[in-house]
Design a protein around this ligand. Sequence first.
Ligand code: ZN
Length: 465
Amino acid sequence: MSLQLYNTLTRKNERLETCEPNHVRMYTCGPTVYDYAHIGNFRAYMFEDLLRRTLKFSGYKVTHVMNLTDVDDKTIRASIEKNLSLKEYTTTYSQAFFEDLHILNIEKAEFYPAATGHIEEMIELISRLIEKGYAYPSDDGSVYFHLSTFKEYGKLSRIDLSGMQPGARVAQDEYEKQHVGDFALWKAWHEEDGDVGWDSPWGKGRPGWHIECSAMSMKYLGESFDIHTGGIDNMFPHHEDEIAQSEAATGKPFVRYWMHCSHLVVDGKKMSKSLGNFYTLQDLLDRGYTSRELRYVLMGTHYRQTLNFTFEGLEAARAALQRIDEFASRLKDLVHGESASSLPDWAQHVRSEFSLALNNDLNISKARAVLFDMLHAGHKALDEGSVHASEAAAVLDTIGDLDRVFGFLEASPDEADSDAIAILKAREEARKNKDWAEADRLRDQITRLGWTLQDTPKGPKLKRK
Ligand SMILES: [Zn+2]
C-alpha cells in the first residue's frame, strides 16, 4: 500500500518516493508574524498537520521545517505604525501563533527558523546567484533575480510569460501575474524601513521575502528535498520564485512534490474584516466553541477543495464528537481492566480502510466515513450485548490508533473548556482594573469548574484539577 499525493508541479496524483528511504523532508511556508493568525491560515496549517501525521502513520520519519517570516514589507510597516522595534512587534505574534498551534493540537515541526536569524545564509545565496549570472545589483544597492536567464520560470504556476515587459522589475514581496518581472532578492534600505537593515556586499538593506524560504529550506533540508507545502495563494509568485532562486543556484531540482491547500470561505463568502466574517481562533473560543470542534471542522474538507466554514458546521462537529465520546465511553464501561484481544468483525478492517483512504491523496471524508461506519456497527453490537470486554479494549486501541492522525477523537485532558477560558479573560480584565475582589471571585468560579489557575510569567495557565 503506497501513499499517493497530488503534485501541483505535474498536476497528477503520484506515488510518494522520497529522496532518502523512509524519511520525508518537508518544508512549509509559515506565518508572517504581523497579526494574529485567522482560521483561513489555520486551514492550511491543519492540512499540513494531516499530511505530517499521515506520513508518520504510514511509517515515515518526518523532518518538517516551517519558517517564521519576521521581516518583510508587512512586518516592517506594522511595527513602525505601532512605534515598536521589529523584534518586539513580531515576538507577540509568533508567541500567539505557537499557543494557537498547541490549542488546536497541531503537531510541532522539527524546526521553526526565523528569517532574521538567517540573513547570512540569504546573503550567501544571493552572492551565488550573482556569481552564476542569475542575479544583478541595481544602482540603488538592491539585487534582482534576472528572470529571463532562468528558462524554466513558470513551470509550477504555468504562467504565460509572453506579456512580460522586458526589463520590468518588481520590488514588492507580493505581486500579481501581470507584474511579473525581475524580482527583488535584496532590497536596499529606504527611509520607510526605519532601523531595520543589515550590512551586505551591496550596502545596507534587507532580504526579499522569497529568498528567505529558499535559504532556510535548503539549510535545514538540503538542496533537494521531498515535499513543499503552502496555501494556493503562495504558488505565484512566492513558490515560483523559490524554485527559480534555488534551482538556479544549485543546478539541482529543488522539490519533488509541491502540495497546495485551497481557500477557506465563510458562509460561501471570502473572509474579510470589512464583511464582519473574519475569525481568529480566540474569536471562536470566545463564542463557546472548543478547539476540538474547530479542529474537526478545519480538517474535514479535502485540502484541495474550498472549505466553507459555517457555524452550522461547528454545531455538526459538536454533535459528531458527542457521538464519538459516547461510543468510547460505552466501550470503556465494558472493559473492566480486561486487556485487548482480537477485534470484533465490525472493526476488523477499520485500520486498513482508514489507511487506504488517506493514502489516496489524504481522502479525509472517506477516512471519517470509515470511523462513523464503525461507530454505527459498534453501537448496534453494544445494544445487542455481543461485545466482549477484551474486544471493547481492542476497539479502543483502534480508536487511539486513528487518533494519531485525526487528533480530535480523544478530548485532550488539558484542554480548558470555553467557560473556563471566558471567566479567565474576565478575571484578567478585573486585575487590569485593580478590582481584586472581583478577580478573586472569578478565580473561585474557575476552581469550581474543575480547573486550577496558575499565574506564570507568561500569563495565567489553566490546569485540570
Ligand atoms: Zn515560503
